[in-house]
Design a protein around this ligand. Structure first.
Ligand SMILES: [Zn+2]
Length: 408
């Protein structure tokens, strides 16, 4: 291990550690050559000691552990600095890391998982303070796979018995929109596309709330919902100039990534808006389509509560209806908006407000529970010879199989 105590390119012994995006690097101070990336140690000498006494085999567990914890703390602090988190969050994350490292379950984790553990501690403290840090951000900073991080995150929660609130949508909207480049005129942003930040944040917030009320948020990744909502809000603030601009172009102009599910969230939101718009007499006559629904977003949002109640059958009503006369199965007919119908028939066309996965199930719905006869099986029933024989190869089959195998 001592081979790296001097820079191989210039021979200088002045090697320094450099935390670049929370990823440790060993850099030569004389020539700037990067000697090693992603070291988990705080100093190079520690790395040497670690090799000599593998942690799991060491008897002086206390000493080794404290060094391990120190390293972890340093990484958590680096991560917090990169994310520009307030001091409170950093302290909290560090304390979670110390708690976690005291548990046997985490003491023996592999080094790369230990690194993720620090990220998870930061994530937990952010969530508990409604600081909108997404798992994706942590993954990209730690160069980690999402599934791996999620696994460590889950075990951290169960091990420390933490209650972690879901990502606060309001805060997420604010920080996500902060990164949009639409608030100042620029060379590649046409004047009519520039928007006031406060206005856009406020309206996006309303759209996101509407999405949450109409089951478009639960179980979904929040960033695509926010992206779609921001786009609709932005369009609606100056529809004449912006209706022709698509979601993809909008994201490009704003300088943000377009997460693939955003297209789906947009369509779902547009469907909801259209349905709500059909309840307003002066909008019904306009025969709106999905695209132009954004034009009246302001009106729709203003009467949100009323329109939602009118557009979707309420729970109590639903119960009454089920108790009364059962309607024929197959919701296809009811799914369509029929704005031309009279009020009475329209009431009939209203469907209950449900999450999209229930309205458009991708798979066949799960079949009913096994019948009574199936349930009555005990496992002690006799098994006939003929039933078993059908799983055995016959003489011909065996010959064919041998022939086919010879070809390989
Ligand atoms: Zn050098």
């Amino acid at each position: 291990a001592g081979a790296m105590s001097r820079c191989p390119s210039c021979g200088s012994a002045a090697l320094v550690e450099d935390a670049h995006y929370a990823q440790q690097q060993l850099v030569c101070a004389a020539c700037g050559c990067v000697l090693a990336e992603g070291l988990l140690t705080t100093t190079y000498s520690e790395e040497e000691q670690l090799r000599e006494v593998a942690f799991s085999r060491s008897t002086g567990q206390r000493e080794q552990r404290s060094r391990c914890v120190q390293r972890g703390i340093k990484r958590v602090q680096d991560l917090c600095k990169v994310l520009q988190l307030p001091r409170v969050l950093e302290e909290m994350a560090v304390s979670y890391l110390e708690q976690a490292m005291a548990r046997p379950a985490f003491r023996l984790l592999s080094l790369d998982k230990k690194e993720l553990l620090g990220g998870c501690c930061v994530l937990v403290s952010c969530r508990q303070h409604s600081w909108p840090l997404t798992m994706g951000t942590v993954c990209s900073l730690l160069y980690a796979k999402a599934e791996l991080l999620a696994g460590v995150y889950r075990s951290l929660q169960t091990e420390l018995e933490l209650s972690v609130p879901a990502l606060g949508l309001a805060d997420l909207v604010k920080t996500h929109l902060n990164s949009f480049r639409l608030f100042q005129p620029a060379a590649d942003v046409p004047a009519q596309f520039v928007e006031d930040k406060e206005k856009l944040v406020a309206r996006t917030m309303q759209v996101v709330e509407l999405a949450a009320e109409t089951w478009l948020v639960t179980g979904r990744h929040p960033v695509p919902v926010v992206t779609a909502a921001a786009f609709l809000a932005w369009q609606s603030l100056q529809p004449a100039a912006r209706l022709a601009c698509g979601l993809a172009r909008f994201c490009k102009l704003a300088g943000v990534d377009l997460p693939p599910p955003a297209h789906l969230r947009l369509r779902e939101l547009q469907e909801i808006l259209l349905r709500m718009a059909s309840q307003l007499a002066w909008l019904r006559v306009l025969k709106l389509d999905e695209k132009r629904a954004a034009k009246h977003l302001g009106d729709i949002l203003q009467h949100r509560v009323f329109l939602l109640r009118k557009s979707f059958r309420a729970e109590e009503e639903e119960e009454e209806r089920v108790a009364g006369a059962p309607l024929p199965a197959g919701g296809d007919e009811q799914d369509k908006v029929r704005p031309s119908l009279g009020t009475e028939q329209q009431d009939e066309a209203r469907r209950p407000l449900l999450p999209p996965c229930l309205l458009k199930p991708r798979k066949r719905l799960r079949t009913a529970a096994p019948s009574a006869a199936e349930l009555a099986l005990t496992g002690d029933e006799p098994i006939s010879d003929s039933e078993i024989e059908q799983y055995l190869r016959g003489r011909d089959e065996e010959r064919e199989f041998r022939k086919a195998k010879a070809w390989k």
